[in-house]
Each structure stands twice: as structure tokens, then as C-alpha cells.
Design a protein around this ligand. Structure first.
Ligand code: NAD
Length: 343
């Protein structure tokens, strides 16, 4: 922050629909007069001295200075030799917890209508550690890495989040019967942290429970109301948070934050949507709600609430929606309508 309270944010517009939805977000932030300066950086992959894919130095330098990033989706080239840039960013900045709130938006018709689940997912290891190799031709091996420090810190984040955000229940999810050592360690760590937080949780009336991934999958689609906050290893968390996104009406609505010891990157959950890129058809709501999370993170709560209310009003009361929500509005039309609904 400078002396006038202005905050510099690293902006990674991303690929596909990324630049369109980033532009929509900037227009909205300009309209609310949020004291932010965006520093745009290009996240085109580069190869480092060891021959690994990484992000350009400019991204690292900017993030190390600003500590807060807003990011559009990045295309992951399919095939060998490329490591996911999203993974690279999470590991580079040690963004160890991924938070995805999935709350039904009034006016968006879905099967249940009242879903309110937050997934907190370990974000740096598990099956997404990026350790894969060919053993012999036609046989590949992928390592699932689970460590005590990473499991403990994500568990701690989850319990603290539950207290701060006044949640009602924390469910730890793992397949500790099938993967006794790896998922077993994850669950042991969450249990340890649950014991540490027990008195605070009891006082706040927050319940702790455990579930297997398979039971969770079955229950969450039959009755999502029985879940409140889920804490999971990386891959399970990725799958379940997309399931939750589906329950509230799709990827166009779901925000996320990647939080670490030394900063955070906020991004929409969806990908680059190559099928609609460049056509002014994308729904910018997910990136806008990610921006709302970012504004809360940097303490600009009033601007956050203003934008969130405008999103709700535009969709529910004005019934102005993009195509993915069954509407006819273009991205730019929806954004302009939303700007008119700002206080
Ligand atoms: P996707 O999320 O890009 O698209 C899936 C479907 O949802 C498409 O029909 C798309 O049009 C629609 N959609 C997604 N976002 C939308 C929005 N904001 N508004 C309206 N419709 C929307 O998933 P995909 O096709 O599997 O992936 C495309 C690329 O994105 C891949 O290269 C993938 O690696 C990458 N990806 C990046 C991220 C990220 O950067 N966080 C996440 C997921 C996928």
C-alpha cells in the first residue's frame, strides 16, 4: 500500500476468455473507485536453466513485491514437456490452500437452490505434485506426495477459516482405508489440528466430522445441505469443488483464492473456454466474485460488498444473464448493467 492507501495488484489476464473477463473486472473496479493499481504481467511459459517450464521473471518479481495477484485462466498445453503453469504458480509462491466458496446465487435455478459449501483444498502436493516419469515404454508412474507440514498447515487454515467465517461444520475427507499411508497421514494431521482447535470450535458451535471421498460423492449430490466446509487433499478437492460449482449453476459463477504464507492469488475456477473466446460471450461473474474475495483479503470490505450486491441484483432482479446462465446478454452488456447497479 502507498501512503494514500492505494494497493498495487499483479494482474495476469490469462488466455482465451481471460482478457475479456479481466477487462470487465477492471471496468467494475474503476466504477467503484477502488484504490487499486493493476500491474499487468504476461504468464507465457518460459524454460529455465534446468530445462523446466516456469513463468517469466517479471511475474515472480511483481508477485514478490505486490503479494496479491488476480488471475484469469491459463491454457495448459497438452502433451509432454509442459508443466501446468497454474501448478507452477502455486508452488512458486507456496500458495498452500485453495479456497472455493460455492453458494447458490438467488435467481439462478438449480436442483437444490440453497447450497453453501466451502472447499479448502491442499494446493501444493498430492497427485498434483508434478512428479511423473516413464518406467519403461508404455508404463508411467506418478507419485502422490503427502507431507505432514503441508497437511497440518492446510488443516490449520481450514479450522481458522471456519472460526473466522462462522461456519457450522468442518468435514475432513480422505480415503484412509484404501491409501493407508498417504491419506492416512493427511487425516491424522487434520485430526491433530481438530484436537488443537477443539475448545474454540466447541465454543463457536462448530462440529468436526470425517468422511471418505466415496461417501462424500454419494451424499453431496443427494443432499448438499449436509455439508458446510470441506478440507481435502489436492486431487479430491479439485474434483469436489467442481462438483460444488455444478451444484450452484456452473463454472461461470465460482470464485477461488489461493492463499499462502507470503501472499495470495485469486482466480476463477473455470478454464480458458476456447469455444467462446473472443466472442464477448463469457460470464465474468466468477472472476468478479474472485475479486470480491481479493478485496476482502486486502481489507477493502465495502467495495467487496458493493460489487457482490450488484452481481446479485443484476442476475436476480434485472434478470440480465450471460448465455451460460440461459440469458442473452453479452459479457460487455452484463458488465454495464452491473455497473449501473453499483451503489
Ligand atoms: P473450461 O472451463 O475452459 O470450459 C468448459 C466449458 O465451460 C466450456 O463449454 C466453456 O465455454 C464453459 N465456460 C467456462 N468458463 C466460462 C465462463 N466464464 N462463461 C461462460 N462459459 C464458460 O474447461 P476446459 O475446456 O476443460 O479447459 C480449457 C483450457 O483451460 C485448458 O487448456 C485447461 O488446461 C485450461 N484450464 C485452466 C484453468 C485455470 O487456469 N485455472 C482451469 C481449468 C482449465
Amino acid at each position: 500500500k502507498d501512503a494514500g492507501g492505494t494497493r498495487v495488484i499483479t494482474l495476469m489476464p490469462g488466455d482465451g476468455i481471460g482478457p475479456e473477463i479481466s477487462m470487465a473486472v477492471i471496468k467494475v473496479l474503476e466504477a467503484v473507485k477502488a484504490p487499486l493499481i493493476f500491474e499487468p504481467v504476461d504468464v507465457t511459459p518460459v524454460t529455465n536453466a534446468q530445462g523446466h517450464t516456469t513463468v517469466p521473471d517479471q511475474v515472480i518479481e511483481s508477485m514478490n513485491r505486490t503479494k496479491v495477484g488476480l488471475k484469469g485462466p491459463l491454457m495448459t498445453p497438452v502433451g509432454t514437456g509442459f508443466r501446468s503453469l497454474n501448478l507452477t504458480l502455486r508452488q512458486l509462491f507456496n500458495l498452500y490452500a485453495n479456497i472455493r466458496p460455492c453458494k447458490s446465487l438467488p435467481g439462478v435455478e438449480t436442483i437444490y437452490g440453497d447450497v453453501d459449501i466451502v472447499t479448502i483444498r491442499e494446493n501444493t502436493e498430492g497427485e498434483y505434485s508434478g512428479i511423473e516419469h516413464t518406467l519403461v515404454n508404455g508404463v508411467v508412474q506418478s507419485i502422490k506426495l503427502i507431507t505432514r507440514p503441508a497437511s497440518l498447515r492446510v488443516a490449520e487454515y481450514a479450522f481458522q477459516y471456519a472460526l473466522d467465517m462462522k461456519r457450522k461444520k468442518v468435514t475432513a475427507v480422505a480415503e484412509s482405508q484404501a491409501m493407508r499411508m498417504s491419506d492416512g497421514l493427511f487425516l491424522t494431521c487434520v485430526r491433530e489440528m481438530a484436537a488443537k482447535y477443539k475448545s474454540k470450535m466447541d465454543k463457536a458451535g462448530i462440529v468436526y466430522e470425517e468422511s471418505t471421498m466415496t461417501t462424500l460423492c454419494l451424499n453431496i449430490v443427494q443432499d448438499p445441505r449436509r455439508y458446510d466446509l470441506l478440507v481435502l487433499p489436492n486431487l479430491y478437492g479439485d474434483i469436489i469443488s467442481d462438483t460444488c460449482a455444478g451444484l450452484i449453476g456452473g463454472l461461470g459463477l465460482t470464485p477461488s483464492g489461493n492463499v499462502g504464507t507470503n501472499g495470495a492469488i485469486f482466480e476463477s475456477v473455470h478454464g480458458t473456454a476456447p469455444d467462446i473466446a473472443g466472442k464477448d460471450l463469457a460470464n465474468p461473474t466468477a472472476l468478479l466474485l474472485s475479486t470480491v474475495m481479493m478485496l476482502h483479503y486486502i481489507g477493502m470490505h465495502e467495495h467487496a460488498d458493493n460489487i457482490e450486491q450488484a452481481v446479485l441484483k443484476t442476475i436476480k432482479e434485472d434478470n440480465i444473464r450471460t448465455m451460460d446462465l440461459g440469458g442473452k446478454a453479452k459479457c460487455s452488456e452484463y458488465t454495464n448493467a452491473l455497473i449501473n447497479n453499483l451503489k
